[in-house]
Design a protein around this ligand. Structure first.
Ligand code: SF4
Length: 618
């Protein structure tokens, strides 16, 4: 009999997608999922090494599982993702409770490894030697480690994808993406998570920023065939998805060379690339349209061939080599979101060099100016919004460097920025090369200064949207401000007009800032504005911390809704009751913005559709 699995995900969107793929593969094999670890006989952690805090959580979870396993010896525990890759055997030595380790490059092996682990544990429990040890009463009973050494085979699936087996690893990883289970029954429902999906377009990274572990844990940059990506988008659209977010560590560097890849599982490779949309050589790539599909081509292909996707977005961009060809496709494609998340990391050229970021501050601004000149059109309700990441307290950072970062925020005018305190991460280049010489108190002070400055800027940027009418993707009912009671007069006015004025007490919490958890961010951040967190795989797929609060929302009375603009700004608005509110989740509606806070807009429904609770669904 297949077992119940608890799968918890830490870190970035890439991990969330990996968890969805793993979940689909295991479900196909008959496993069921629970969001209660106590009910599961298989516990899997999909881990992230980018931030120390996320790793500490995993160590603590493993400690809890070790205690549990001493009572439930048939429990199977797996560590997936970056920690498995980075820690390797050390992890198993430190935590013998772990039965399975699978790095991000070999996740396709998980079903086989899990099956082996379950069989191994069962046969181990049947083994008279183990039974003898296990039946020894406390306190003489051996520790879990001794029980394991009585016969358990170490099961490990981590692999360095920079090895000679890279091509083979890519083949099987591509199969994992291709086998994605897209089931309207499990993806849909009333959850906005069921209307929004991630699609991976590249794996790995070649940039080797000195503070970052990703190139070592996820390996070299590999681009998926465009036809596979388009097909996946089509299947998602057919399953009812409204929004697709394309994922890559440096997503704008997507470039598929036809004929350069190996055949995958007998699946026919795409024909030669075509130049879509803009023609010419705006990409600067002389081979474009001959045998290369660029990122601009890919965006145009998806936009043209998958009209069912009403919102197409991508994260995360690298500031260097962001061509006009991409901007032109964004400008000419009405269903492409005008949002670019493009981390600068610091405003100091000297530190950019130490970080190996491969651009200067003036090159960064050249890009922002170019993007805004082409895409910022607030007069038609389509402003371009930009989000950034900053690292504070990188080795040798001086007060002048810090001031340069403050100046960068002033000029970049991000709608929001993820600000992280630097801490050296094992496995990175910086940990060996640079002493972590900025005192923690200084990092904290600078971190707070950047955050305060960015808060002011975010509020100003949001203020520019007030009075505009914008389309928003409704993500769910707000967790924070379900309004349980209102004066009767206001309720009556709302029932008549369908439009309500909105007041919100309190500020959005970190979990409502943005759906993003940035895969780049290095450093640990106790008090920064990251929204890094964990999500749990349920029967409906990964459960986002952002989405609905429907379980706690009263059945009657006004309901506050959360939505995202195409520029990824959170917007709150109100619906008269829960029934009408549920109709909107996962839809795109038009809001007139009536006010703003540092990280959120306040709005009201702008257009009426008879019988649809005054809802304009585009
Ligand atoms: S910070 Fe981003 S671009 Fe730099 S190495 Fe890490 S994943 Fe690659």
């Amino acid at each position: 009999m297949k077992r119940a699995v608890y799968l918890e995900t830490f870190g970035c969107q890439m991990n969330e997608l990996d968890s969805e793929l793993i979940g689909g593969a295991l479900r196909t094999l008959g496993y069921t999922f629970t969001d209660q670890p106590a009910e599961a006989s298989v516990v899997l952690y999909n881990t992230c090494s980018v931030r120390e805090h996320a790793e500490q959580k995993v160590w603590s979870r493993l400690g809890e599982m070790a205690v549990r396993k001493s009572r439930e010896p048939d429990l199977v525990v797996g560590v997936l993702g970056c920690m498995a890759e980075r820690e390797g055997e050390k992890l198993m030595r430190r935590m013998p409770v772990v039965d399975i380790m699978v790095g991000p490059g070999e996740l396709d092996k998980l079903p086989g490894l899990l099956d082996n682990a379950i069989r191994t544990r069962l046969s181990l429990l049947d083994d008279p030697r183990t039974q003898r040890l296990a039946s020894t009463p406390w306190p003489d009973r051996p520790k879990t480690a001794d029980l394991l050494s009585a016969g358990q085979v170490a099961l490990q699936g981590n692999a360095n994808r920079r090895s000679a087996t890279l091509a083979a690893a890519q083949d099987t990883l591509e199969l994992l993406d291709l086998s994605r289970a897209i089931d309207p029954e499990t993806l849909g429902g009333k959850s906005a998570a069921g209307k929004s999906a991630y699609v991976r377009i590249t794996r790995g990274c070649n940039k080797f920023c000195t503070y970052c572990v990703v190139p070592f844990t996820r390996g070299a940059e590999v681009h998926r065939p465009p036809e596979h990506i388009v097909d996946e988008c089509k299947r998602l659209a057919d399953a009812g998805m409204t929004e697709v977010t394309l994922l890559g560590q440096t997503v704008n560097h997507y470039r598929f060379e036809h004929g350069a890849s190996v055949s995958i599982g007998g699946i026919t490779q795409p024909q030669k690339g075509r130049a879509y949309g803009v023609g010419g050589d705006a990409s600067g790539d002389p081979h474009r349209g001959e045998h290369v599909t660029t990122f601009a081509d890919l965006l145009a292909m998806i936009h043209e061939r998958v009209p069912g996707i009403l919102r197409l977005r991508f994260v995360t961009s690298f500031p260097r080599s962001f061509g006009n060809d991409i901007l032109q496709v964004m400008r000419d494609s009405p269903r492409m979101c005008r949002y670019i998340h493009v981390p600068a990391q610091t405003g100091s050229d000297r530190l950019l060099k130490l970080m190996n970021r491969q651009y200067t501050v003036s090159e960064y601004f050249e890009f922002l100016d170019r993007a805004r000149a082409m895409l910022h059109q607030p007069e038609i309700g389509r402003p371009l919004t930009i989000a950034g990441d900053m690292i504070v307290g990188f080795p040798t950072e001086t007060p002048e460097d810090h001031q340069a970062s403050m100046d960068l925020l002033s000029r970049a005018r991000y709608k929001n920025c993820y600000i992280f305190k630097y801490s050296p991460r094992p496995g990175t280049i910086a940990i060996d090369k640079y002493a972590d010489d900025v005192p923690d108190a200084v990092k904290r002070a600078r971190n707070n200064e950047l955050l305060l400055h960015q808060n002011t800027i975010s509020e100003q940027v949001g203020g520019e949207f007030v009075g505009q009418t914008m389309s928003v993707f409704v993500t769910g009912m707000s967790k924070l401000a379900v309004r349980r009671a209102r004066p009767a007069a206001a309720a009556a006015a709302s029932a008549t007009t369908g439009r309500v004025s909105l007041t919100i007490s309190g500020k959005p919490t970190s979990s409502e800032h943005s759906p993003h958890t940035h895969e780049h961010a290095s450093p640990d951040n106790d008090d920064g504005c990251s929204i890094s967190g964990s999500s749990v795989m349920t029967e409906q797929g990964p459960r986002s911390t952002l989405e609905t609060a429907s379980a706690t929302t009263p059945a009657s009375g006004p309901v506050q809704m959360a939505a995202r603009t195409e520029g990824d700004v959170i917007a709150f608005f109100e619906m008269p009751n829960r029934t009408k509110a549920e109709l909107l989740i996962g839809q795109i509606v038009r809001l007139r913005m009536t006010g703003n806070q540092p990280l959120a807009l306040l709005g009201e429904l702008a257009d009426a559709v008879p019988g649809q609770a005054n809802v304009q669904v585009s």
